[in-house]
Write a protein that binds this ligand. Structure first.
Ligand code: IMP
Length: 519
């Protein structure tokens, strides 16, 4: 038996070991010896805790130019992200990518809804003409989700301000043909351009009005403040907003067929911040040409390209000029691509290899698919991802499209793959993600199913946020950025997980239990 050492020499003795305990990320991800790994195949070893978890910073980059306060992104799927999800993802510090399995005008209207849902100044308010009828105003209320419209002389923005219509003016009117000029408020509360947000807030408080219209010296409408938005603003300190316009950030997906260029023009007009080129196999000549077109036509628009799982795929898209990459092929919870196409890659290995390469060019990467819990998010980041895209984890929340229904005593919502026959039959956009738009017989790469009610993301995202902070604390890193760098430097250590280790890490030997994730 080895001699017992003096306990005071433990730290010196540690230094005498040639290697640190555990594996470096490079050793872990050596696919020649171990094959491809998924998130469940490994663990991160604990470090030293010398700071409180609430100090852990989660700021990250979505693209070269866009930063977020959290790494959370909702997937462009028609059972996950429409306007409501995108608004709340942005309010809570992430971003929503609005799906394109719908007509272009519908998708653009959703983008506009997110962009006009602004807590601060609304810099491109939707305006109407004096000749607009009450019936049209009611239709616009349905489309945009709000009911206060400034009236300008030419019905355009910018334009000379004539008055304001709100739901109070139209509520009890039965004749839909009356023009707004007859019933609008002709002297709404206005303020001169240059006013600060807090000054505007004070005016709204004093006047007890719902809208403050900001005008220039010539009486042209410049922007507008909404009382309800100002109140909401205080509740969302992490909100993802444009630094200049204060509008919420919004993303949307498009495909790579010709009509997608027309679609994109409409989305840009609606105020889109970032476009995600949605393809299951991103390394195509169609996508490379599309990136070049976007960069030439809309130099300020950020482009996330993908999907990719190898560094060769990534290199082509980086060379074409993309501002971010989306990683994953076959790892989604509704996905059967690997089974049917024999093509794809285990997600841990895909994220590691692509991030290793792309991060050298300053191109942030998003780990897309297979995120089933907080641990998976932490692991994706430790492998180099800046953000995570979630479909299944957010499915079933209040903000997803679709209604709840009951089956087997459970409250459920639908969740389906965009490559499922159901989704491909609904829209050509979904089929084009899989290059299937011309097919007579669809080859499904996804399934349609259901998930249980998860409540609102107003509670679920803060749960993910806090969980991520606690995990970083256990690992001993003060930020997600530090997690990436310290893993790279070999200071954050890993362990491969055998099949029995995975069993051990699960719940064992209970007669029954309830798995509640948060209060
Ligand atoms: P999840 O978060 O594991 O549910 O995976 C969501 C991701 O799966 C999406 O963001 C897409 O990249 C991918 N995906 C969506 N629909 C399909 C499909 O039908 N087949 C394969 N992958 C899909």
């Amino acid at each position: 038996m080895a001699a017992v050492r003096d306990y005071k020499t433990a730290l010196q003795h540690l230094e005498s070991f040639e290697r640190k305990d555990g594996l470096s990320v490079e050793e872990l991800m050596d696919s020649q010896t171990r094959g491809g790994l998924t998130y469940n195949d490994f663990l991160i070893l604990p470090g030293l805790v010398d700071f409180p978890s609430h100090e852990v910073k989660l700021q990250t980059k979505l693209t070269k130019k866009i930063s977020l306060n959290t790494p959370f992104v909702s997937s462009p799927m028609d059972t996950v992200t429409e306007a409501d999800m995108a608004i709340h993802m942005a309010l809570l510090g992430g971003i929503g990518i609005i799906h394109h399995n719908c007509p272009a005008d519908e998708q653009a209207a959703m983008v506009r809804k997110v962009k006009t849902y602004e807590n601060g100044f609304i810099n491109s308010p939707v305006v109407i003409a004096p000749t607009t009828t009450i019936g049209e105003v009611r239709r616009m209320k349905e489309e945009y989700g709000f009911s206060g419209f400034p009236v300008t002389e030419n019905g355009q923005f910018p334009g000379k301000l004539l008055g304001l219509i709100t739901s109070r003016d139209t509520q009890f009117l039965e004749d839909d043909t009356i023009p707004v000029s007859e019933i609008m408020t002709k002297n709404p509360v206005t303020s001169l351009h240059g006013i600060t947000l807090s000054e505007g807030n004070e005016i709204l408080k004093k006047t007890k009005k719902g809208k403050l219209l900001v005008i220039d010296e010539a009486g042209n409408l410049v922007s507008m403040l909404s009382r309800a938005d100002l109140l909401k603003n205080q509740d969302y300190p992490l909100a993802s907003k444009s630094a200049t316009t204060k509008q919420l950030l919004c993303g949307a997906s498009i495909g790579t067929i010709d009509t997608d260029r027309i679609r994109l023009a409409k989305l840009v007009q609606a105020g889109l911040d970032v476009v995600v080129i949605d393809s299951s196999q991103g390394n195509s000549i169609f996508q490379l040409n599309l990136i070049k077109h976007i960069k030439e036509t809309y130099p300020d628009l950020e482009v996330i390209a993908g999907n990719v799982v190898t560094r060769e795929q990534a290199a082509n898209l980086i060379a074409a000029g993309c501002d971010g990459l989306r990683i994953g092929m076959g790892s989604g919870s509704i996905c059967i691509t690997q089974e049917v196409m024999a093509c794809g890659r285990p997600q841990g290995t895909a994220v590691y290899n692509v991030c290793q390469f792309a991060n050298q060019f300053g191109v942030p990467c998003m780990a897309d698919g297979g995120i089933g819990n907080i641990g998976h998010i932490v692991k994706a980041i430790a492998l180099g991802a800046s953000t995570v895209m979630m479909g299944g984890l957010l499915a079933g929340t209040t903000e997803t499209p679709g209604d709840y229904y009951f089956r087997d005593g459970k409250r459920l919502k639908s969740y389906r793959g965009m490559g499922s026959v159901d989704a491909m039959q609904k829209g050509a956009a979904s089929a084009s993600r899989y290059f299937s738009e011309a097919d007579k017989v669809f080859v499904a790469q996804g399934v349609a199913g259901s998930v249980v009610d998860k409540g609102s993301i107003k509670k679920f995202l803060p749960y993910l946020y806090n969980g991520l902070q606690h995990s970083c604390q256990d690992i001993g890193v003060r930020s997600t950025q530090a997690l990436i760098t310290e893993a790279q430097n070999g200071n954050v250590r890993f362990e491969f997980r055998t099949a029995s280790a995975q069993l051990e890490g699960g719940i064992n030997n209970l007669h029954s239990y309830e798995k509640r994730l948060h209060n």
